[in-house]
Design a protein around this ligand. Structure first.
Ligand code: VGL
Ligand code: ZN
Length: 208
């Protein structure tokens, strides 16, 4: 059995003070650190939202649009975001208290300005893969526990893709080690994950 922990986008940009802050986003950092330090995991992976400054998911690239408006990107509906997690900026760095020394592999995503990439495994149009599924397979992972920011976007899409792309791997969502953007969206995301066979767990249960 090879157990992996996948930390989704625990970056300054998604924490209070960042450009796309998730309420209480920083409160998950000590939990993520405890999970990493627990000895439960053979492998720790972290994803990093890593956008060029002109990324097409940014409202700033769509004249007349504001953040959180719906827009279009490459002909598909796209939620327009504030500029966030621009490559090389502090906003894109992992939270300063995250114990990054324990991370074995970082998967960056969202570099293509023409498509958004909520999932750590592939772009939203499912055309381009990040390579993370191959990496996870190459390590013989049998159990993948996920948490991070934001539950209703990048965590959910990563969890659903893990189920799709890694058949046979047990996938768990760690609820207390995650925070979301929209409370209704979080509830819907948890139902959707559960319906797809993802176990909803707490860090306390995993560390017991
Ligand atoms: C995310 C919106 C835009 C996330 C990333 O990490 O959940 N959300 N980019
Ligand atoms: Zn993004």
């Amino acid at each position: 059995m090879t157990k992996a922990l996948l930390l989704i986008d625990i970056q300054n940009g998604f924490c209070p003070g960042g450009n796309l802050p998730v309420a209480e986003g920083d409160e998950i950092v000590p939990i993520a650190n405890a999970l990493m330090a627990s000895g439960r995991y053979d492998l720790v992976i972290a994803s990093q939202d890593w956008h060029p400054a002109d990324h097409g998911s940014f409202a700033s690239q769509h004249p007349g649009k504001s953040p959180f408006d719906m827009g279009e990107l490459s002909g598909k509906p796209q939620m327009l975001w504030p500029d966030h997690c621009v490559q090389g900026t502090g906003d894109a760095e992992f939270h300063g208290s995250l114990d990054t020394a324990r991370i074995d592999f970082v998967q960056q995503k969202g570099q293509n300005p023409a498509v958004d990439s909520y999932s750590a495994f592939r772009d939203n149009d499912q055309a381009a893969l990040t390579g993370l599924a191959d990496y996870v397979r190459s390590k013989g992972v049998t159990e993948l526990d996920l948490c991070g920011l934001a539950t209703d976007y990048c965590v959910k899409f990563s969890a659903l893709d893990a189920v799709d792309m890694l058949p046979g791997v047990t996938v768990r969502f760690i609820e207390d080690a995650s925070r979301g953007i929209d409370p209704a969206g979080v509830a819907a995301a948890i139902e959707e994950m559960q319906a797809r066979g993802i176990e909803i767990v707490t860090s306390e249960a995993l560390l017991a």
